[in-house]
Write a protein that binds this ligand. Structure first.
Ligand SMILES: [Zn+2]
Length: 416
């Protein structure tokens, strides 16, 4: 380490060139890993998803989520999960361990449960399904520890760190570089990822009546706080509108994601995206916490009235803008910026020949996700633009263009 520093201090330009080359190699290795993960995901996730959905009948719940509290009568009941009984009006800290583990040593993660004194639905919050997504961990902590079980109608289950193995290594992935969020609802006889997903889904998620899965952007990209939801499902719409002021992106979930598996099982689910990975961003955390607290009020689970912000738009379409030149990307917009067609999004400068190219927006819309300033290669997805269209304009084939792996617009990790 010391030797390397001394060299770069004294040998000038050529060493800087090698340092840049080494950085590029690391970057290429990361990209290669990204591709490998994608390929293995495509091969296994759908199979795992089909087998559980076929073997376990979805919940048949005729009560719309919006009426879950008002139609709940009688007394709240004890909850039984993870070998524990949780009486009405109490809070418990339980733990979940996947039954199959790489190291052969059980790794457990906390499951916070608040069973309200009054009857109502069970709302679940999950975070860090990707181990490097920290904002959600803090959101779950803040929400769960602020709930008074005596005043809650229904119950809440909060899992701050689902992918505890990734979290401990500061990694998005499981130790074998599989993306856990491509394996839900899992399979008890499948790959390690499928088994972990299956254990979590059956032991925790099946207790939920609605689910909010919290994520951030990935790979040095950050997202404007937003809800991703399949707005064709009425209960998902109830959940989405309940947040009050947060941007909504209509988005059909990918097979294998927790959101997809839960919704298919009969548990309406949305994803909250806020900020980027590997950092704790206080304003994003506060935005998310406020949204979830408003949701508890609008669902009728908590009686407190909260301040509402200005309503935010719903985007039925979105698209990634990619760079055509490699170099140093510097943004001219920030998250949440409104752009017109042709507006400058950022510049890419080649550090070798000083050539500078401008990246304009091909769409009018809003910057709902963007890369942090960094060195990029041609084809890198740099800006995610939410495009306002009417619902009627959204054709089945057009929905979710940015998210489908079969499409060139797919960006690994940006689909939760
Ligand atoms: Zn994620």
């Amino acid at each position: 380490m010391t030797t390397l520093h001394r060299q770069s201090d004294t040998c000038g330009g050529i060493c800087q060139y090698f340092a840049a080359f080494a950085a590029l190699l690391t970057f290429c290795a990361a990209l290669a890993g990204e591709t490998a993960a994608e390929l293995s995901d495509k091969g296994e996730a759908p199979a795992a998803a089909t087998s559980l959905n076929d073997s376990v009948a979805p919940i048949d719940d005729p009560v719309p989520l919006a009426e879950a509290v008002t139609t709940a009568d009688g007394l709240a009941e004890s909850m039984h999960m993870l070998d524990a009984d949780i009486s009405p009006g109490t809070a418990r800290r339980l733990s979940w361990s996947a039954t199959e583990l790489f190291e052969g040593v059980p790794v457990s993660t906390p499951v916070l449960v608040v069973n309200g004194k009054l009857p109502g639905p069970t709302l679940c919050l999950t975070a860090a399904v990707h181990g490097d997504e920290l904002n959600g961990i803090e959101m779950v902590r803040r929400v769960m520890h602020d709930i008074d079980p005596q005043k809650l109608s229904g119950a809440m289950i909060g899992v701050p760190i689902v992918n505890v193995q990734g979290f401990r290594r500061g990694s998005r992935y499981l130790p074998d570089r599989r993306d856990l969020n491509r394996y839900f609802p899992g399979n008890s006889t499948g790959s390690a990822a499928a088994r972990i997903a299956h254990s979590f889904f059956t032991e925790v998620i099946t207790h939920c009546d609605a689910l909010v899965d919290i994520h951030t952007g990935s790979f040095e990209r950050a997202n404007l706080p937003q809800i991703r939801a399949d707005l064709r499902d009425p209960d998902v719409v109830t959940l989405t509108l309940g947040f009050g002021s947060m941007v909504v992106l209509h988005n059909e979930p990918m097979v294998g994601t927790l959101r997809h598996a839960a919704t298919k099982f009969g548990i309406p689910a949305v994803t909250v995206e806020a900020g980027g990975p590997s950092q704790l961003e206080l304003s994003e955390v506060k935005h998310g916490v406020k949204g979830i607290k408003i949701l508890l009020t609008t669902l009728g689970m908590v009686k407190k009235t909260r301040l509402w912000g200005d309503p935010e738009p719903v985007y039925y379409r979105s698209s990634w803008v990619r760079v055509d030149n490699g170099g140093i990307l510097l943004a001219d917009v920030s998250l949440g910026s409104t752009v017109r067609k042709g507006d400058l999004l950022g510049t890419i400068t080649d550090p070798m020949n000083n050539a500078r190219t401008e990246l304009g927006s091909p769409y009018a819309g809003r910057v709902i996700g963007m890369a942090r300033n960094q060195v990029v290669m041609p084809g890198f997805a740099a800006f995610h633009i939410g495009i306002q269209t009417d619902w009627v304009d959204v054709d089945e084939t057009e929905i979710d263009v940015a998210q489908k792996p079969s499409d060139g617009g797919y960006v690994d990790g940006m689909s939760e």
